[in-house]
Design a protein around this ligand. Structure first.
Ligand SMILES: Cc1ncc(COP(=O)(O)O)c(C=O)c1O
Length: 404
């Protein structure tokens, strides 16, 4: 029986909504996007949500907004260093590189896979490179406690932005993951907690930042800003529809994506409960075995459960010769049609693309936890569309390979 990492995630009602929008003739960004943005802001408990065509675009625009704001002084400047985790997604890192910043990699915590703040502090205290930003990923459904991020950023005078593309629906200390910083990014790519097929966006409580994001996603124009009148008053000779107030891209979402998102967000809590149910079943199946679920302690009690929305399930092979045993286990799981994948990209420093662009030549093996995770851990699916039979088969298959 095939157990995939993800499914399309679309329901009949989503497809009906797409048809309704297509038949309406309103295809490009409009009322559906506004409605979805309002729902997302309410769900996350923030003032503004700005939808885009992907989580990658959301990351790009967060950096652009910090470097080229239309009204305030820039917060980040070319050459500034920003702390990022060694287990990362490429498009968390590339916007920094593309816009002239220096990604400063920090090893991850072996229990959470998130950027290790103690190691980050050591790096700041011992290196002579001035650090200006903190850009953690909330990995695989895990919400990093906001108090830890906030106090670290404050203590070191850093701007805090959060990549929450893998952790929608995850809460810590009463806040949604990532919402305590200046901005946080989300992805609605089809394998994630909700889908808009492709899609993403940025949450922020800062209205100026939100206005800049609205300009930057759409060529830099002023049209969708809340302060559009203040710009048109200044430059009365131009048609206000064609007034450009910032740098920009075209990373707008489409109406069909937002129409799906508005229906999906209503289902989010149900989807996440199912994901937690799958993680609980897998945890029970692997109890006292040599396969360890990373982050399993979040299943211990009601409060901790909220802090993990289980995008996928990270499993680590423990004991002797783990690397070779992992290879055998993955081969066996493949034969059983249980889909697996590496933990994000593994140690990102070992990827050929990053090797070419890091300014200070770095040895990937320096990041010992990231390397260990790359060698010994893998991911299996926790998608909310898995059937009871698939969940049972996943558990029994994992149990059967646990003794290897
Ligand atoms: C941590 C992280 N950031 C960014 C992204 C990019 O999101 P998207 O695929 O919507 O561009 C992903 C994708 O899964 C991700 O895992």
């Amino acid at each position: 029986m095939r157990v995939p990492l993800a499914s399309s995630g679309l329901r009949d009602q989503d497809i009906q909504a797409v048809l309704r929008v297509l038949n309406s003739g309103n295809l490009t960004m409009g009322a559906e996007v506004k409605n979805f943005e309002k729902k997302m802001a309410t769900y996350l408990g923030v003032e503004n949500f700005v939808m885009m065509n992907s989580g990658s675009s959301a990351n790009l625009l967060m950096i652009e907004a910090l470097m080229r704001p239309s009204k305030e002084k820039p917060i980040l400047h070319p050459g500034d260093s920003v702390l990022v985790p060694a287990i990362a997604w490429p498009t968390t890192i590339w916007p920094l590189v593309q816009l002239g910043l220096n990604p400063l990699f920090v090893d991850v915590n072996p229990e959470t896979l998130a950027l290790d703040l103690d190691k980050a502090q050591e790096l700041i205290d011992t290196s002579r490179i001035p650090v200006r930003g903190l850009f953690p990923i909330h990995p695989l459904g895990y919400a990093i406690p906001p108090s830890k991020l906030d106090s670290f950023a404050k203590r070191n005078d850093l701007v805090l932005i959060n990549d929450v593309c893998e952790s929608l629906g995850s809460w810590s200390e009463g806040k949604h993951a990532g919402t305590s910083g200046v901005m946080s990014s989300y992805s609605f790519y089809f394998s994630h907690h909700i889908t808009t097929m492709e899609g993403g966006g940025v949450a922020t409580n800062d209205t100026n930042v939100a206005d800049d994001l609205r300009s930057m996603r759409s060529h830099g124009w002023s049209r969708d800003r809340t302060d559009v009148a203040s710009w048109t008053d200044k430059i009365s000779s131009n048609d206000s529809k064609f007034l450009f107030v910032s740098t920009g891209y075209n990373v707008r979402p489409m109406e069909i994506q937002a129409a799906i998102g508005s229906l999906q967000i209503d289902q989010l809590e149900k989807f996440i409960e199912k994901r937690r149910y799958i993680a609980t079943k897998v945890q029970k199946a692997l109890q006292d075995s040599k396969l360890k679920i990373i982050g399993a302690s979040s299943l211990d009690d009601e409060e901790a459960r909220k802090s993990n929305s289980w995008m996928l399930i990270p499993i680590q092979v423990t004991g002797k010769d783990a690397l070779n045993r992992k290879r055998i286990i993955l081969r066996k799981l493949e034969e059983l049609e249980i889909e697996t994948r590496p933990v994000l990209t593994g140690n990102f420093l070992a990827q050929p693309a990053i090797q070419r662009i890091t300014r200070h030549s770095v040895d990937p093996e320096q990041f010992t936890v990231a390397s260990e995770i790359t060698n010994t851990a893998f991911l299996v699916g926790a998608h909310h569309d898995l059937s009871e039979e698939q969940i049972k088969f996943l558990c029994s298959s994992l149990q059967s390979v646990a003794s290897i």
